[in-house]
Design a binder for this molecule. Sequence first.
Ligand code: NOJ
Length: 788
Amino acid sequence: MKYGYFDDAAREYVITRPDTPQPWFNYIRNEDWCGLISNTGGGTSFHKDPKYRRFLRYRYNNVPADRPGRYVYLRDEETGDFWSATWAPVEKPLAKFRYECRVGLNYQVVTSEYAGIETEVVYFVSPDHDVELWRFTARNLSGRARKLRAWCYAELNVWGAMRDLVNMDNNPRCTRVEWKDNTLIHSTWNDTGGSLGTQNWVRVYGYVTSSEKPAGYDTDRDMFLGAYRSEANPVVVETGIPNNHCRNGGLPVAAICHDLKLAPGKSKTIVYQMGVADDPREFRKCIPVYRKLAKVDAAFEKVKRSWDARLGKLQAKTPDADFDTVFNTWAPYQAVTTGYLSRSICSWKWGASVGLGFRDTSQDVMGCVHTASDLARLRLSQLLAVQYADGTAAHGFVPDTPEVSDRDFYDDHLWLVLSAANYVKETGDLSLLTDKVKFLDEKPAAGYEHLSRALDATMRLTGKHGLPKIGCADWNDGLVNPGDHNNESVFDAVLFCAACREFVALAEFLGKKADAVKYRRSYETMKARVNKHAWDGGWYRRVWHRKRGWMGAKGLKFGSIFVEPQPWAVLSGVADGKRGVTALDSVWRLLGTEYGIRLHGRPFEDYDPEVGAISIVLPGTKENGSVFHHPNPWVICAEAALGRGEKAMELLRRISPATKNRIAETHQVEPYVFCQWTGLPPFKHVGRGANPWLTGTASWVMVAMSQYILGLKPDYAGLRIDPCVPKSWNEFEVTRVFRGATFHISVRNPKGVEKGVACVTLDGRALEGNLVPAQRKGTSHEVEVTMG
Ligand code: NOJ
């Protein structure tokens, strides 16, 4: 069964039926406003912070799964029949209901036709104000005059995501609503203090209004829906009579009613708008603006154009159409989204825990630094600010608040070194290294000093083999050994080596010779330890467990090989001689599946207290031996580093959204983005994807595709070109904006090699080597590359 297709020219995924295997989500957003929206209008919105400033309510764990949301109801005033423009929640029979949902970049357009009335709802957020807009149009296709009523409908949250969920005693007694100038204003007090003892009451204001004079309104959920009913059959829509009731208390909704009298062929547009502010006077600025259709349309165009500009910085035309679909639109879109949201709020995360993860954010910015360098800079500064003076870091943080979560996940600080170096190479902006940022527990120090302390921390925190202690956990959150932080992580060791190598290059670039010498020595020391203690014959082991010995070693009943250290042993240069190839061959042989690479050999059957959280999840799911997607692009990068372009592309194909679109019924989740994991035996749903959208996979796929397959690697002095492609790729083209200059790069591969560059010319001049020097901002250049 197919549910949709990619419309590459429009940069949209088109969902052709509303009953997708699960609700499929998208994000509508600007810098500060964010909405999660499903293909049938379900979802939630928040302003700045999903934990404390949640505007639209959403019931996670609901049945159906995506309720409530942003609905527009219609009622035929002659027959009394009613339906909803996004199919749900009324859900008219599909035989009578035409539907299409265009999933766009930060917008969503749902078109439908029922009973001779075509409707379109365009959902997006203004790029200029923190205002969510639903541009609703009804057109009469029936050939006779029609009299209709329409309602927008949204449930309002009482700001605090957790408070809204758990405090049913207090919440309905506190809600304050007002109907004035055809606008609903909701201003319930919200506690941002976290506990009874630390209450901090803040008044937040939200509004909902429309562009046309209403026929009536409802503000109370129970009165609008009616007893023993749901969003599927609100009593007000069934009877067609609004209550025009507005009193404090209860559960607030915004249900604004309009009359639509449509002559044959005629249409009517109503724009619903909503926003949040600390001072309601702010609303007066926006309301008149977005009551004007021309302004709404201009704002929508701006959303589209901003994505064209952003994605235009890196576009490719290759012999593989699937590659282009993912590379040119969906992977960068997802990577920017993860850069904004980390793992905070999606269909499987409530947005109520500690904001952004340290390791996640560090990696997320790597995939969007070329498209969103300001965001990357902001995130990197925030990361530096939640590092401790000893070099380690807080595992999570809520931007702009003092809120941080636990520490001692000993991979966290290492990612920062990699992403900071990546940022400087991409942008040439050294301020990240020279600006002083305060440690969480000490005076400010330059960014460069923060990075060196991160490396020093790992060198200091080592165990009996001299390998890094794992702390609470390394990248694999599931591999925790409760109570013992002293197990040693081979993964952290190879990650350290990668970070160290990066730092040596940075120190050399900055002329800091003593540091280059010091960290080269650290690199060699750690590399030797890994090769001495952790090589298992066919692959690198995973963890030295103080009670169980080596995990990820040959002959173990469970978890005999883990993927994570293998690609990083290659990428860090730790894997000497043939070890890299041997390790990756073992990965394919022992962990390769049609859905990608399994995280580790034979999953754990049941809870094993010494192994920890990995064993509580069902075998074949999540960290317990599913295809956990995030390390898959690491393998792609490592394959490309070894020059095996066929293998790199084959793995990309297995995990690609374009592939998932062909098996959407099995895969179930949104096929236009990567999800976190795919189920494998013995899990009963083999091939089913889970946890879409907010996964580190997106960012790493961007890195793998751009830097390793297409081989355009930012370096301190320019762009290094070293593609690794399938033999059949005889040519491809890339447009790459690098530090403000545009490079049109044509690559020819006359000998059908997988890797190797024979010559590079810049504007017709042959270069020595494969480094294209950075050029002046605003200039445009032709680069010709011949592989061979
Ligand atoms: C998801 C977490 O957000 C990420 O930090 C972690 O690395 C992976 N799960 C693997 O456990």
